[in-house]
Ligand binder design. Sequence first.
Ligand code: THU
Length: 155
Amino acid sequence: MTGASWQDAPELRADPALAALVAQAVAVRERAWAPYSGFRVGAALLGESGRVYLGVNVENASYGVAVCAERTAVVSAVAQGERRFRAIAIVTDAAEPAAPCGICRQTLAEFALAEAGQDLAVTLVSLRGAVARWQLSALLPLAFTPRSFQVRPER
Ligand code: THU
């Protein structure tokens, strides 16, 4: 919809806490370093403690070195001592909300799906106003997690 803004999305109007998380992802997206793709991504990861960890994509002249916004947020959270999460908001300016890449889904699964019954609310937002909400388990069915194998340090 021309002229539409993420703030007008019904899903966010109905959920001020989620809108506040999205607002942080919108703001941090401005700091993305994406001079090669021109595709800036902002992520806001809500920990169980209530703290929010922010991430942006950080590209590199050696293209393969790029890191996605979602992983930046997870790495920041883990470095600050938090490993259990309630929700993540991911913001781009794509026409349709962009879903996290496969590597980011796997990184989120390490912490979000590690225990039975765990899951993570993923909210995808386009600055143009479209919002999509998923559970991580639906984005990454049959995930390989720490529960998938027994650690065998002797091998
Ligand atoms: N990107 C993310 O930050 N998150 C994703 O899940 C998909 C892709 C970034 C990586 C790169 O800097 C740019 O978007 C274009 O692929």
